[in-house]
Design a protein around this ligand. Structure first.
Ligand SMILES: C[S@@+](CC[C@H](N)C(=O)[O-])C[C@H]1O[C@@H](n2cnc3c(N)ncnc32)[C@H](O)[C@@H]1O
Length: 276
């Protein structure tokens, strides 16, 4: 009872959803089935484990870490504190990229993701684009181990070359057809105001973009311009409020045809640009 109250205090908007997810996980059924089974008592032998998990959630551990997995683009990805929890809006970046690949078909495109985290983006691209030659970098060894485990679990480890790198700094010039990234873009001040369940359980490296949130963009844009072939594309997820500044950085780095993409809330949250 205490745990349930704490859960409500910590996650006021989501406590019902979390409780249902937890119950569904314990009873081995989908959330919608719970309504049909509401008159069934919970088997007493399950109660201690349920209580322990409720306690864990009420301490602020993210649901995805408790479950050890999350869904991205309709597939299950292992998920823990080694990397950012994949966000639903990032699926829209992937959709935008796949639409691009249909209209600008390139035979055996070489695609690199800078900052793979759990690997959700590059693994999804490898699965959706079986012709693509994929690379993924991260500066965090921990994130890379998680991404490699996810690539193995999805059967594409042999098709993605993972390496520890400062974005794309070790890749050869003019070797890529596409660069994709969801770099850290929160300002350091915004980072300090993020809810504790994010700050305490997801890596600082994945979130903090420096004093103005633009550190990663300033580093990545010239590297991407160097590594892309002329006519190659960069696709980015970035802070909705900092798109004008991102556009300027891409323009200065030598990109043209700069355009924004909207998220589910109608905010400009993605940007693409073509290497001149
Ligand atoms: C916002 S997370 C995105 C992770 C994943 N792509 C996703 O969308 O869920 C940013 C990732 O960039 C990585 N990163 C930060 N600075 C980096 C750098 N200089 N070089 C390479 N990766 C970096 C972080 O470790 C983190 O995994």
């Amino acid at each position: 009872m205490q745990a349930a109250t704490k859960l409500r205090r910590r996650h006021p908007a989501e406590c019902r959803l979390l409780a249902e997810l937890l119950l569904g996980m314990e009873l081995g059924c989908a959330r919608w089935e719970l309504a049909l089974r509401q008159s069934e008592p919970i088997p007493p032998r399950r109660l201690p484990r349920l209580q322990r998990k409720l306690e864990t959630l009420s301490r602020g551990i993210p649901w995805q870490h408790l479950a050890g997995k999350t869904e991205f683009f309709g597939r299950s990805f292992r998920c823990d504190r080694r990397a950012l929890i994949p966000r639903p809006e990032t699926e829209q970046l992937v959709t935008w990229i796949l639409e691009h690949c249909i209209t600008h078909a390139t035979a055996r495109p070489v695609i690199a993701e800078a900052g793979v985290g759990s690997g959700c983006i590059i693994i999804t691209l490898a699965l959706e684009l079986p012709e693509a030659n994929c690379l993924g970098t991260d500066i965090s060894d921990e994130a890379l181990t998680l991404a490699i485990a996810n690539a193995r679990a999805r059967g594409v480890a042999g098709r993605i070359r993972f390496s520890r790198d400062d974005f794309l700094s070790s890749l050869p010039s003019a070797s890529l057809d596409m660069v994709v990234a969801n770099p850290p873009y929160v300002t350091s001040a915004e980072y300090r105001r993020l809810p504790a369940h994010i700050r305490c359980h997801e890596p600082l490296l994945a979130l903090d973009g420096g004093p103005d949130g633009m550190n990663a963009a300033r580093r990545l844009a010239p590297q991407a311009a160097r590594c892309l072939r002329p006519g190659g594309w960069i696709y980015l997820e970035f802070a909705p409020g900092r798109m004008r500044r991102l556009r300027k950085i891409l323009d200065t780095a030598g990109f043209a045809a700069i355009a924004t993409g909207q998220d589910y809330h109608g905010r400009s949250h993605f940007m693409r640009a073509c290497k001149k």
